[in-house]
Write a protein of this length. Structure first.
Lengths: 663, 129
């Protein structure tokens, strides 16, 4: 027989102000199983907890009901109290008579009646509770970081710094990401490469970090603490361990007409290439789409000039499998395509460029060696127009993105300032809707562009850009002057909206991590758990979670690393015992539960059943992975045969609560 | 002549425009080929309708200067469709007895042999009840 104790908390006047607590503790005295009932001013206080502990020991209680605040607040507290007195912590039920009762009612009578009903429901449930023991699972002490931009590099460095091995998987031939392409960084204008490349080298030299460049995650299985990941190492047709990065092959390769993606296609590279001078690893890669040898079998120049014997035309993709305790998504962003913005003539004129292209144009290692020259004719521009919010804050989903891309206001101020600094003869116009510069020293930076550098900021949008001869006719609004402006520009720079990298969608599917409508990864809580995915063991770093600048990315990368370290530092993971389990005798193998499970915790197995007539029967039944299940209960609702149930929240327990309320 | 409260409501209803979606970027006015002909510009139409200040628009020549080219509709990042407000306000005016902007009597004086007949028909549709 259950022996149940009821403890009604006053919570000072929070509860006692609207609920007559002694009436409550008196009213439930004769409920089924109740052998003890009391009330106290602050049940969560040390002396309140002592009342509970003493009662458990004195009355040999098998279950307790605490009538207090929301279980979110103090369920863990009272579970610990019960455990300290030798009672299984899952024999504790909380009746929420504060948030769901005293705080929402004004009338003492109604409040008290409702509190009694809620308490009776909790008593009815605890009568059916059974002791639960959480499962344990080991933790593989190795982390995987997907994406080798500044977010991934910083996360990996911080994890390695704590002594845990970490692998970076990067789809490009080198790590560095977008930051490697930038010229200067706001708001201090230090050179991006100067602050990034030392970090790249640190990552390469750290014996805890392995870099899988030119590689992609192919498959993810397992669960928090034990993810089994298949990584495809794409054939680069160069033996990484032999290549010295001398670059001779990249000078001799006769295929010279390959658009150079590192310079945003504004110049060409060879078919065998090293993306940039500070690439990590500094190893050549053959672009199979352009290599004559790979396409026709006739060439082999790179192989002839390579003194290290590193060229291997027969190299194949290689799949490696590794186990990880934690996974960090750091897949980053890309500017959106400008195809849908015909009004800005991006596809008609070479002199209409995106901001990322402008970064390469002002970069000393870029196609113009850092000189500001028009892409069309290589002439010095005299008037440059910047257009903000191209595709950002755009309600039409087929054209742009509804959100603010966040980084454009600052980089445009930076670009404008850099032009005026180097070339005071150039007139610079920035057309904006709003200038959004929250951030340390950010607004000051923007104001400097206006006040010290004389950049013309104009409130209004550009309506159209039409190339006429060698000028770009810019027609725009000046909303403050209430005028339509016509400017003859030599160069137009579009602040294109940014979007998550395309790979994020398939990665989210592999990780069963959730995404929002824009394909940004969703965090477990927008304020309180910003670097964790709702999927256990998956963490988020950088712009894959939302638009971010470098300072913000680096702080988030560190935060994600600390969460990973917290996980890897554990020897084993204590699970939540309130998880789904399937009654195999009732399961009809329909797969409904597998389809609704958001965590991928349910698999189907063929199981042998011994029949009463001594024959055996193999049936397909659901099997719940206890380490992955989060206890959401979706499967219990989906199951048509009633085989799925949630421990601690069985259908029987819930129905008994409903019955108690309806009585 | 026009009930002040009702006219704003009617203009919004006829046009189907939700003026609150406007984020005041001015791209409509930046795109407008008739900008210099207009006393009130497309973004002002949106703002004035939103704030219930329709009277000046009803009395302005601007409503006849709009070419209905739909550039503002095409380029508005928020899908506001300013031209529909201009159209609705013009309708509001010409629906009044005797308020036709184009009268049959005026046509012979304006006629030009290069003008296609279709244009006359559409002009009547647009500027007369």
């Amino acid at each position: 027989m259950p022996r149940i104790g009821v403890f009604v908390c006053w919570c000072g006047s929070n509860i006692a102000g609207t609920v007559d607590v002694s009436t409550v503790s008196e009213a439930v005295k004769n409920e089924q199983g109740v052998v003890f009932s009391t009330n106290y001013q602050y049940m969560c206080s040390q002396s309140g907890q002592d009342i509970i502990k003493n009662a458990i020991r004195k009355h040999n209680l098998t279950g307790i009901v605490v009538c207090s605040c929301s279980p979110r607040m103090h369920e863990a507290t009272f579970r610990k109290t019960a455990a300290a007195a030798g009672l299984n912590p899952y024999m504790v039920e909380i009746a929420n008579i504060r948030e769901q009762c005293s705080w929402v009612h004004k009338d003492m009578l109604t409040g008290t009646q409702k509190a009694i009903v809620l308490t009776k429901a909790a008593i009815a449930k605890v009568n059916l509770n059974s002791p639960l023991t959480p499962g344990e699972s080991p933790v593989t002490k190795r982390a995987l970081v997907i994406g080798g931009g500044i977010a991934g590099i910083q996360t990996a460095l911080d994890i390695a710094d704590a002594g845990f091995p970490v692998d970076i998987v990067e789809t490009k031939p080198t790590i560095g990401g977008k930051m490697a392409q930038l010229d200067k960084t706001f708001p201090t204008l230090d050179c991006a490469a100067c602050i990034l490349t030392p970090k790249m080298v640190d990552a390469a030299q750290n014996d805890k970090i392995r870099i899988y460049s030119y590689s992609e995650v192919e498959e993810v299985n397992g669960f928090v603490g034990n993810f089994d990941v298949k990584i495809r190492r794409k054939a680069r047709y160069v033996k990484e361990e032999l290549c010295t990065g001398c670059g001779l092959c990249t000078e001799k390769c006769p295929q010279k007409k390959v658009p150079n993606e590192f310079n945003m296609g504004m110049d060409n590279r060879r078919a065998i290439y090293i993306p940039f001078a500070q690439a990590v690893p500094k190893v050549a890669t053959i672009d199979a789409d352009y290599c004559t040898m790979l396409k026709t079998g006739k060439c082999g120049v790179c192989s002839k000039v390579c003194t290290a014997g590193a060229i291997d035309y027969k190299q194949k993709d290689e799949i490696i499998t590794e186990r990880y305790g934690a996974i960090v998504a750091a897949t980053g962003f890309n500017p959106i395509s400008m195809d849908k913005f015909d009004e800005y003539a991006y596809s008609q004129s070479k002199d209409v460029i995106t901001s990322l292209e402008f970064e390469r144009l002002t970069n000393a290692a870029g196609p113009t060696a850092g000189k500001l020259l028009r892409p069309s004719d290589g002439k010095h521009p005299h008037t440059v127009v910047f257009v903000q919010c191209v595709g950002s804050r755009c309600a039409a989903a087929e054209k742009g993105k509804e959100y603010c891309s966040k980084i454009c206001c600052m980089y445009t101020a930076k670009h404008a300032m850099l032009i005026r600094d180097k070339y005071p003869d150039v007139e610079v116009y920035v057309f904006y809707i709003d200038v959004r510069t929250p951030g340390k020293n950010f607004d000051e930076f923007y104001r400097r562009a206006v006040e010290e550098y004389g950049v013309h900021y104009i409130k209004g949008m550009v309506g159209k850009v039409s190339p006429e001869g060698d000028v770009l006719k810019v027609q725009a609004s000046d909303l403050i002057a209430n005028k339509q402006l016509h400017i003859d520009a030599d160069l137009v720079v579009l602040a294109a909206a940014i979007e998550p990298d395309k790979s994020a969608r398939s990665l989210a599917t592999m990780l069963t991590a959730s995404m929002d409508t824009n394909d940004f990864f969703t965090e477990a809580h927008p304020k309180l758990r910003p670097v964790e995915s709702p999927t256990a063991g998956v963490f988020l770093s950088g712009a894959c979670q939302g638009p971010k600048d470098i300072p913000e990315t680096v702080s988030q990368a560190g935060a994600a690393a600390s969460k990973v370290i917290g996980l890897l530092a554990k020897d084993k993971l204590i699970g939540n015992p309130c998880i789904a389990h399937s009654d195999e005798m009732m399961c009809n193998g329909c797969s409904s539960c597998e389809r609704v499970c958001p965590y991928g915790a349910i698999t189907y197995v063929n199981k042998e059943f011994r029949m009463p007539d001594r024959t055996t029967l193999v049936r397909r039944v659901a099997s719940v992975n206890e380490a992955v299940c989060q206890g959401c209960g979706a499967c219990t609702v989906a199951c048509p045969s009633g085989a799925m149930d949630l421990r601690g929240f069985t259908a029987q327990q819930i129905m008994s609560e409903v019955d108690a309320i309806c009585k | 002549m026009h009930n002040k409260d009702n006219v704003t409501e009617r203009v919004l209803r006829i046009s189907g425009v939700n003026a609150r979606r406007c984020m005041k970027c001015g791209k409509c006015s930046a795109s407008c080929p008739s900008y210099d002909e207009m006393e009130y510009h497309p973004h002002q139409f949106v703002y004035m309708v939103e704030s219930g200040d329709v009277e000046p628009l009803l009395n302005s020549r601007s409503i006849y200067k709009c070419l209905t080219c739909f550039a503002c509709v095409d380029r508005c990042p928020r899908g506001v469709e300013p031209v529909k407000l201009v159209e609705a306000i013009r309708l509001e005016v010409i629906r009044e007895q005797g308020a036709n902007h184009l009268r049959a009597d005026d046509v012979p004086a304006k006629i030009d042999e290069d003008v296609p007949q279709q244009l006359l028909v559409s002009a009547f549709r647009k500027y007369a009840k």
